[in-house]
Design a binder for this molecule. Structure first.
Ligand code: BV8
Length: 231
């Protein structure tokens, strides 16, 4: 009996919404070396390059729409407690877009931060931010020109890790959707879930680096195989 489900999503769930993945053909990182744009050192070395990279992506996601995979997960999220009293669904996303929320999901945890938030390095406040940061605008809370993308870079600690491991401890089912299994600690969740007794299912376009750890892998585009799994 499945009561608690933890769902990990990656860039592949947003691919059919027109958002670039990281490591696929023409992926984001192929246009930029990770070291150049997604590390604190890169931001210290060349803040304009980093701010421009994120300004471009922040603008792009606001022109994209959720796809049937986001909508199906949102339906599962909203209906689960009615279908399984006391049951829980948690969507842990590595993605920094807001398509899960715009697809109607509520229980979403952004472990790598969010494009539409800015983080003030002067006062530590996070503010909703849909504009650009390249012009170093003043922080809405303290007025300092100290805003950076509220995104977890390589070498930085992902958000709400304790909460994620608590959910993995309670999970009967761990589902991974649209991720290459290249980035830790997210790539290690499947092993943690297995060790903690959960069944594990992978829904992906192709086999990932972690496929061997899953009880079952279903291959195909998320917009088809996620609704098929939810229903
Ligand atoms: C940390 C925000 C310590 C930025 C991102 C060696 C061993 C273990 C760890 C490390 C190591 N060396 C270095 C590390 C640490 C490092 C790491 O893992 N490096 C990798 C490269 C080896 N990790 C870190 O630094 C992390 N921090 O470790 O802190 C710590 C650890 C534990 C507890 C406390 C402290 C921080 C990592 C976060 C980096 N920030 N994003 C931004 O977005 O600009 S990571 C970035 O990669 C994105 O978040 C992205 O989501 C993530 C993972 O990529 P995917 O989502 O999987 O995307 P990808 O393109 O790779 O794959 C897409 C998949 O979708 C593919 O499989 C494809 O087949 C599939 N697909 C495509 N189309 C479809 C589809 N599937 C279905 N349908 C489709 N249509």
């Amino acid at each position: 009996m499945t009561r608690n489900i933890v769902i990990l999503t990656g860039a592949g769930i947003s691919a059919e919404s027109g958002i670039d993945t990281f490591r696929g053909g023409g992926g984001l990182w192929e246009q930029h070396r990770v070291e150049d744009v997604a590390t604190p050192e890169a931001f210290a070395r060349d803040p304009e390059l980093v701010l421009r990279f994120y300004d471009m992506r922040r603008a792009a996601i606001q022109t994209k729409e959720p796809n049937p995979a986001h909508v199906a997960l949102a339906r599962l999220d909203r209906e689960w407690a009615r279908r399984v009293p006391g049951g829980e669904v948690l969507i842990v996303t590595q993605n920094v877009d807001d398509l899960h929320e715009r697809g109607g999901a509520v229980n979403v945890l952004h472990m790598h931060g969010e494009h539409l938030n800015a983080w003030c390095t002067a006062c530590d406040t996070r503010s909703r931010w849909t504009g650009t940061l390249i012009e170093r605008p003043p922080c809405p809370a303290c007025g300092e020109p100290a805003l950076r993308p509220d995104v977890v870079w390589f070498g930085e600690v992902p958000y709400r890790m304790e909460e994620i491991y608590d959910a993995l401890r309670e999970a009967d089912l761990f589902v991974s959707i649209g991720t290459s299994g290249a980035v830790y600690p997210a790539a290690g969740f499947v092993r943690a879930a297995r060790d903690l007794g959960a069944r594990t299912l992978e829904l992906n376009l192709e086999r990932s680096q972690g496929s061997a750890w899953f009880d079952e892998t279903r291959l195909g585009p998320a917009s088809e195989i996620v609704p098929a799994w939810v229903d």
